[in-house]
Write a protein of this length. Structure first.
Length: 281
């Protein structure tokens, strides 16, 4: 008999050593980002041991609305049996969901807030999702513009980045890192610059934030080649001199039968003849 009692004591001590003194719930959340009024909702989470877990729902006034449970949890985890949303959530507002193990009291459990907006329920996170400001950009055609979007709370993980509201068709953003890249083609630019306005969006659970950005695309300035020196105009300048008109010899009035001296004498002696000769010859 004493031998059996000794064996039982050893086994009991071993179980005590393997089982945590406080098998508390450490964390839990809804299994989806939201559940509609027509669905059944559920929670899952982590605990320190392998105890039955209960989750009590209380309405905005603190009144008890129902309880969910996992009667056969796995080691270090739990997942409650789904229940209809409409059985727990009737009026709009913020509800409390408190998870605790069989060895805990409700007030010792972990509490999260669930909001019901009349159509769906979703968890209210304990952080604020907010993008860091993103300045507008300017770039030339065929040049790449790149930047990385990020959130203000660096402790938040698993946020998802995207582009909305008519971004350029070939612009991309990495959904995990937030890195944006775009190389405008030679059809995107204009002088003055063409503007492309769209939203950078980040989402985490039920929270979303966005920032509107404008990217101006310019046509690069045309490079004008240095003008070649113009050839000097070669002008053929002919020196002109006032040459006397060739006098027809003999002049029409000359009578070759007369002595030429007679005409010279008339020019010197007769004023009327001299004037007539000068005007005509």
């Amino acid at each position: 008999m004493s031998t059996k009692l000794g064996i039982f004591a050893v086994i009991s001590l071993s179980l005590l050593m393997l089982t945590p003194a406080y098998a508390n719930v450490t964390s839990f959340s809804l299994d989806k980002s939201f559940f509609t009024i027509d669905e059944s909702f559920s929670f899952s989470g982590e605990q320190e041991g392998k105890e039955i877990v209960y989750i009590i729902i209380r309405n905005p006034n603190g009144s008890f609305k129902g309880m969910l449970s996992d009667p056969v949890p796995g080691q270090g985890e739990f997942s409650v049996i789904p229940r209809p949303v409409e059985n727990f959530f009737a009026s709009e507002g913020i509800y409390n969901a408190t998870a605790f193990t069989d060895s805990q009291k409700e007030e010792e459990g972990v509490t999260i807030k669930i909001e019901y907006d009349g159509k769906k329920i979703f968890e209210i996170p304990d952080f604020v999702l907010q993008l860091k400001p993103i300045s507008d950009k300017e770039v030339d055609e065929l040049k790449t513009v790149s930047f990385t979007a990020s959130i203000t709370d660096s402790s938040v993980e698993g946020e998802v980045y995207s582009l909305e509201k008519n971004p350029p068709s070939d612009a991309t953003i990495n959904s995990s890192t937030g890195k944006f890249t775009w190389t405008p083609s030679n059809s995107h630019g204009n002088n003055p610059g063409a503007e492309y306005t769209f939203d950078i969006v980040v989402t985490k659970g039920s929270q979303t934030d966005r920032d509107t950005i404008t990217i101006t695309v310019n046509e690069p300035d045309a490079v004008n080649p240095e003008p070649k020196p113009e050839p000097e105009e070669k002008t053929n300048t002919k020196q002109t001199t006032n040459e006397p008109k060739e006098l027809e010899i003999p002049a029409p009035f000359v009578d070759e039968a007369k002595d030429p001296q007679s005409y010279v004498d008339r020019y010197n002696d007769e004023a009327g003849y001299k004037k007539w000769f000068d005007d005509n010859y």
